[in-house]
Write a protein that binds this ligand. Sequence first.
Ligand SMILES: C[S@@+](CC[C@H](N)C(=O)[O-])C[C@H]1O[C@@H](n2cnc3c(N)ncnc32)[C@H](O)[C@@H]1O
Length: 260
Amino acid sequence: MTHWQKYHATWGKLEAPLRPNADIIAKVKELAGPVSGPVLLLGVTPELALAFDHVVAVDKNKAMVDNVWPGDTKDRRAIHADWLDITEPRGFYAAAIGDGSPNALTSLREMRLLFERVVDLLAPGGRFACRLYERPATPFTKDHLLDLAGAPAKLNFHAFKWKLAMHLADQVGASIPVVLIRERFNEYFPNRDKFARDTGWPRELVDMIDVYRGSPAVYVFPNREEVRTVLPKGIADVRFESSGRYDLAECCPMLAFSKN
Ligand SMILES: C[S@@+](CC[C@H](N)C(=O)[O-])C[C@H]1O[C@@H](n2cnc3c(N)ncnc32)[C@H](O)[C@@H]1O
């Protein structure tokens, strides 16, 4: 069972960088520009669903649609499907948005396929705007992670977890089975009580990493160079912009482009 099937239960406890805050939503709106027409939402991120007038959300995990989606209305509906299988006619959408959506795919190859699909689905001039988790050019080292864990925390636990995932991606390649994030955490930090005491992160928050146990999900954490290699043909005005100020924001740029 993928962790997305049980993640909704802890959704309320997530914060940026895992969930979008108000500044991130404002930035998506800014980069999407004035939109008249249907907006494709990659995932069921409720804040994004409510930020646009006419939204079609697509998510392949039914539990996320059932539990996180704010509900269908006349102008807002969620479809249970894989992004790579969306079958709407070419040029149907005025914009496409998401939050960390391309990272939820399993490989750079799938990322390329998604971007190609998005370009196909956008009307000419339609914009794509989505936050990305991007590992930095200078890797996060094991020593850096151990240093962070040995002192009262200055960043939230989710940002720390993403640093660990990006550290792993530097070692094994951009695609990371989420079970490895938990395994590496257990290897570096075998004593969770000490880890929680030293950092000040509540033990139950730290234990949220166990949601990855047994999950078949794979994330992809590309660096900027890798993202550029999977950008599709037929786009213009490609931008990588800051998504605000929050823990690990420096590794969470907004990617935006428009269809020619
Ligand atoms: C949008 S992403 C990142 C979460 C985001 N930061 C948020 O706050 O909503 C997560 C969602 O993508 C969905 N997902 C992952 N791969 C998918 C795919 N290939 N097709 C459709 N949905 C997918 C997962 O089910 C999950 O609900």
